[in-house]
Ligand binder design. Structure first.
Ligand code: BGC
Length: 347
C-alpha cells in the first residue's frame, strides 16, 4: 500500500465518532506492520515491573470508538521518573512539543519496499487532559489504539521511541548455512537482534537523513553489545557497512512491543547485511554490556525454535532477512554465470 493510500485508508469519515479529547490521526488504527495483524503484544505478554493493564475489549482499541469507562493506570517506571538523559521530562514545554510534532514517524511502505517518514504533527492524535497536579498536559496517542496503560512505562520518550535493528549475517564455512548474529535480552530473556535505542549522538548531524541516523545507531549497538575486536577490524566492519549497497533496509515503522503504552511506543528501522567470508572470520563475539548475553550466530531455524522465544517482531525481521539474503545469493550466482558466459563468447 502506498503511503497516500495508507493514510486515506485510516482517515476517519467525517461523521465517525471521535474521543472527546482526540484530534485527527492519519496513522489511526495502525496494525503491526511486521505481521499485518492488530498490535496485541501489550495484552498477550507481561513486561517485568509493569502493572496490570486495564482490559480493553476487542473492537474498543481504536481511539474513535467511545469507551467512557476507560480509565487505565498511569504508569511511568521509576528509572524514567529519575530523569536519565534518554528520557523526556515529565511535562513537555512548548518548544519540546513543537519539536516533537516536527519529527518524522517511520512507516514501512510495502509497495515501495522502503521506510518513509510521516510528519508526526500531521499524523498522530493528541490527548489533552489534566495531570495529577491539576495542570493541563498534552500527550500523543499510540497510533495502534488503546493499550490499557497510560504514561510512558519504561519508555523514556512521549510518542515514538526510535530503535534500530541491524541484522548481520554470515555463511558458516563448515555447514555452509546462513547464520545471523543474535543475543538474549537481559530484560525479557528472549532472543533478538543486536538492535537498540537510537541515541542523540546517532542523529546529531542535522544534514543527515533519519535513515542514516538509524544506520549509525544499528552499527553502534552491534559493536557495543556483541563484538570484541581491536579497532582495525571494527573500522573495516564499519567501512563495509557504510559502503552503498552492503546494507539493505528490509522493514521498520511502528513495533508491536510489550512495553508500549497509550502515550509511548516503539518504532524501528530494520537493516540486513551479509558479511564477506574473510570479514566474518575476523569478527570475535563477546558479551560487552549487561543488556545482552548468549551472543551467537544462529540459523533462522535455530532462532524460531529457540526455547526462549523471540522478542517483539524480530521473528518476522529474521524471516525477511533470510529471504533477502537467499535472493541476494541467487542473484550473485546468476551474475557470475552471465559473466562467465560473456567471457567465453568473447574468446
Ligand atoms: C530493541 C530493538 C527492538 C525495539 C522495538 C529495542 O529495545 O533493542 O531490537 O526492535 O526495542 O521492540
Amino acid at each position: 500500500m502506498s503511503l497516500a493510500s495508507f493514510a486515506a485508508h485510516f482517515k476517519p469519515s467525517s461523521d465517525a465518532p471521535m474521543h472527546k479529547h482526540v484530534s485527527f490521526s492519519v496513522l489511526h488504527g495502525l496494525v503491526d506492520p511486521a505481521t499485518g495483524q492488530p498490535a496485541v503484544r501489550c495484552f498477550a505478554e507481561v513486561y517485568p515491573g509493569y502493572p496490570v493493564r486495564k482490559h480493553v475489549p476487542d473492537g474498543m482499541r481504536a481511539w474513535d470508538v467511545p469507551f467512557d469507562a476507560y480509565d487505565p493506570p498511569d504508569f511511568t517506571h521509576a528509572n524514567v521518573e529519575a530523569g536519565p538523559v534518554w528520557a523526556h521530562p515529565p511535562r513537555l514545554d512548548d518548544q519540546m512539543w513543537a519539536a516533537l510534532r516536527e519529527q518524522g514517524h517511520p512507516v514501512w511502505d510495502v509497495s515501495l519496499g522502503k521506510l518513509t517518514f510521516v510528519k508526526v504533527g500531521d499524523a498522530i492524535a493528541v490527548d489533552d487532559d489534566v495531570g495529577v497536579d491539576g495542570l493541563p498536559r498534552r500527550r500523543m496517542l499510540n497510533p495502534a489504539g488503546r493499550t490499557g496503560l497510560a504514561g510512558r512505562g519504561i519508555l523514556g520518550k512521549y510518542g515514538q521511541n526510535p530503535a534500530s535493528d541491524l541484522i548481520v549475517a554470515r555463511r558458516n564455512r563448515t555447514t555452509k548455512k546462513r547464520e545471523f548474529l543474535t543475543i538474549l535480552r537481559a530484560d525479557t530473556k528472549q532472543l533478538s537482534t543486536t538492535g537498540g535505542m537510537v541515541d542523540p549522538e546517532d542523529t546529531d548531524e542535522v544534514a543527515e537523513s533519519a535513515t542514516t541516523g538509524l544506520v549509525k545507531a544499528g552499527i553502534r549497538e552491534l559493536i557495543e553489545e556483541a563484538l570484541s575486536n581491536g579497532d582495525e577490524v571494527l573500522e573495516e566492519l564499519k567501512a563495509f557497512l557504510k559502503t552503498a549497497g552492503n546494507l539493505r533496509c528490509i522493514d521498520g515503522g511502528f513495533v508491536d512491543d510489550v512495553r508500549n503504552t497509550d502515550h509511548a511506543w516503539m518504532v524501528t528501522g530494520v537493516f540486513v547485511c551479509l558479511l564477506p567470508d574473510e570479514l566474518a572470520d575476523k569478527i570475535e563475539l563477546q558479551e560487552r554490556n549487561d543488556e545482552a548475553s548468549g551472543i551467537a550466530w544462529r540459523t533462522y531455524d535455530e532462532i524460531v525454535e529457540h526455547p526462549a522465544g523471540v522478542f517483539a517482531s524480530h521473528k518476522t525481521y529474521f524471516a525477511k532477512a533470510d529471504a533477502y539474503i537467499a535472493t541476494l545469493l541467487q542473484e550473485r550466482v546468476v551474475a557470475a554465470s552471465t559473466d562467465r558466459a560473456t567471457k567465453v563468447a568473447r574468446r
